[in-house]
Design a protein around this ligand. Structure first.
Ligand SMILES: NC(=O)C1=CN([C@@H]2O[C@H](COP(=O)(O)OP(=O)(O)OC[C@H]3O[C@@H](n4cnc5c(N)ncnc54)[C@H](OP(=O)(O)O)[C@@H]3O)[C@@H](O)[C@H]2O)C=CC1
Ligand SMILES: O=C(O)C(=O)Cc1c[nH]c2ccccc12
Length: 590
């Protein structure tokens, strides 16, 4: 007898799984999983974002969720392929009582190694697209189900605080789903958060990874967007998507009424206080909190200009001046390069090691297979890529990523040696897993080099590394090795605080403590304390504070996860039961 084909293996597994679930036979279902197994569920079974590890966890989840989920209609989708030695993988579709869902399975020896199940659309509450689009005909009895902001009595069911890519993506999705949503931002126009950054800021992720939902960038769009162009795109997008967007509107605070199950949110709109009463608040104020400026003894005596990188605009006017840039991340090197290009004498102060990747490595080895012109030509859409990315459980990411980063380090050894020789401190993470894990664990201290690191390697930008700032004098910054750096300008490119600070500021310390730390998955590495949680803390999923959701991250994550966030809110809007399984414990308050 010949060995079963990949297709037959997937079909056999899917049929057995479907039949066990149909019979509500949890033990039989669990026995289809390998000893080492992971099930990542994005809303479909759990109304939560969770990764179950091991057969017992799978069985416990099924026991709790099967009756309500009542999954059915399992059907293979696309080709089953052997993606690695002994690993067969393929996609499938299914339905629960509430939703049409998509899934993916990796099999080893006929048993499940990884399973991913994701909610795609709510049955009977689909997006108003395609055949479901509104006609837009002008009739006397035209339907206006959502209502207009400003109509008497209109209230947002969901208030989104923050109008960057996070707020705009989830706002757009909720709008298409017909949920009354209002997006507010302190700044005047959508995209202003991008526009306000320093002049030379350009995206590092290629356009192929940056599309917003529904409306991709046109294909003549440059690979990398200037900050102003991205700002303009976000603004145009908000307009075209018909987003209810209030600029120049600061969220002052929000108080949750446990009994009435809604928020009272105090907004300051162009100087006037306005109260709104949403059932849900999505915090989308950015993964970064407030600018982090170190307390430097003597800073008040410094006669030159000191600013945080968020206040820096350009190197213009600093020709011939002595400039010190504190920090060694993306902002720091961009600013060093810009100052140098304008003829300044520049010194970078690096305290600890940075994770550096060359731009062409990011677009090539790291993202090329999924987000690139080649991927597009091979028929891999960004939606397919997003789904594929979401099928890797966090537990398995570091080892995969380490293989890639070992290759990257070897292939670019000369580049990294050049930086090391100049004294630049490099890291690839405590476990060598590289940039993706550093981003998911701490979202700071990375550097995507677009060529400026040559300024460091060649000494054109001077470097002091492995040092801390001791104090400031009238005309200099003094380091803890005794070095005195005469300076006319000090830029603190020292990063930003955590999102928990924003939660505390807007919703109070009580709410901040209740939901705990934001981001990181409990790896115990690189500033991300354990215990292991298996999903990003508080991101896009129910938090310990009813009615509070958090949405943040780079464009690609904002696009991918705004879908799951919007579906969870839409289901609640429609009164669909959403029994949450596995609400995360809070292990860390900040
Ligand atoms: N074009 C793009 O796509 C850009 C993206 N970004 C992104 O924005 C985010 C923020 O980046 P960035 O503004 O560079 O901030 P980061 O938090 O990434 O980097 C801050 C740097 O400052 C150092 N630092 C912090 N505190 C001190 C201190 N007291 N003394 C000395 N050094 C200190 C940090 O090192 P230590 O490890 O010692 O704390 C680190 O090198 C990142 O996610 C980044 O990738 C930023 C710019 C451009
Ligand atoms: O560390 C950061 O802040 C990053 O944004 C890193 C980063 C940019 N593009 C990426 C693509 C995949 C993994 C990490 C990154």
């Amino acid at each position: 007898m010949s060995a079963p084909t990949h297709e037959e293996q997937r079909r056999a597994w899917l049929d057995a799984f479907a039949s066990a679930l149909e019979r509500r036979d949890v033990d039989a279902a669990a026995s289809l999983f390998a000893d080492e197994c992971y099930w990542r569920d994005l809303v479909a079974f759990t109304w939560n974002l969770v990764t179950l590890e091991g057969r017992d966890a799978v069985a416990a989840m099924l026991t709790a969720t099967l009756p309500a989920a009542s999954p059915r209609g399992w059907a293979a989708e696309g080709d089953a392929i052997e993606s690695a030695e002994g690993v067969v993988e393929g996609r499938f579709n299914f339905e629960t009582g509430a939703a049409r869902c998509k899934g993916h399975v990796r099999l080893r020896g006929g048993r499940c190694w990884t399973l991913t199940t994701t909610m795609d659309e709510l049955i009977g509450h689909e997006e108003r697209r395609g055949r479901r689009r509104e006609t837009g005909r002008c009739t006397a009895a035209g339907t206006k189900s959502v209502g207009e902001v400003g109509d008497p009595g209109w209230q947002p069911y969901c208030l989104v605080v923050g109008g960057g890519q996070g707020g705009i993506t989830v706002g757009a999705r909720l709008g298409v789903l017909g949920v009354p949503v209002l997006v507010v931002d302190r700044l005047e126009r959508p995209g202003d958060a991008w526009r306000r950054r320093y002049a030379c800021l350009v995206t590092h992720d290629p356009v192929h990874a940056d599309h917003l939902p529904y409306m991709p960038f046109p294909d003549h769009w440059p690979v990398f967007s200037t900050k102003d162009r991205m700002g303009d795109w976000l603004e145009a997008y908000a307009t075209v998507m018909g987003l209810n967007y209030w600029g120049s509107t600061e969220c002052r605070n929000a108080v949750y009424d446990e009994e009435g199950q809604r928020w009272t949110v105090t907004l300051n709109r162009e100087g006037k206080e306005v109260k709104v009463y949403p059932t849900h608040v999505v915090l989308a104020t950015g993964l970064s909190g407030a600018p982090k400026v170190p307390e430097v003894p003597g800073a008040a005596t410094f006669v030159g200009l000191q600013q945080h990188s968020s206040e820096f605009s350009s190197g213009k006017g600093w020709e011939g001046k002595r400039c010190v840039v504190v920090g060694a991340g993306n902002s720091a090197l961009d600013i060093c390069g810009d100052l140098w290009a304008h003829g300044a004498q520049v010194t970078m102060v690096q305290r600890s090691a940075t994770l550096v990747v060359q731009s062409q490595t990011l677009t090539g080895r790291m993202l090329g297979k999924w987000y690139s012109e080649e991927a597009v030509e091979a028929g891999v859409t960004h939606e397919m890529a997003d789904f594929a990315q979401s099928t890797v459980p966090y537990r398995l990411m570091p080892a995969r990523s380490k293989v890639l980063f070992d290759e990257i380090r070897a292939a670019n050894a000369e580049f990294y040696d050049g930086l090391s020789k100049a004294g630049f401190l490099l890291t690839f993470g405590p476990d060598g897993s590289g940039m993706p894990m550093r981003y998911l664990r701490r979202a700071a201290g990375s550097l995507i080099d677009t060529g400026n690191s040559e300024l460091i390697a060649s000494g054109k930008v001077r470097l002091k590394s492995g040092v801390e700032i001791s104090n400031a004098e009238a005309d200099a910054l003094v380091l803890n090795d005794g070095t005195r750096l005469p300076a006319d300008l000090v830029v603190y490119a020292t990063g930003y605080g955590n999102m928990s600070e924003v939660v505390a500021k807007l919703l109070g310390q009580g709410v901040a403590d209740r939901i705990g730390r934001v981001w990181g998955m409990g790896s115990g590495l690189d500033g991300d304390p354990g215990p292991w949680e298996g999903e990003l803390r508080n991101m896009w999923k129910p938090t310990r504070q009813p009615g509070l959701w958090i949405h943040a991250g780079m464009l690609a994550l904002s696009r991918t996860y705004s879908r799951y966030l919007a579906l969870q809110i839409k289901a609640r809007f429609e009164g669909i039961p959403t029994p949450v399984y596995g609400l995360a414990e809070v292990h860390h308050k900040r």
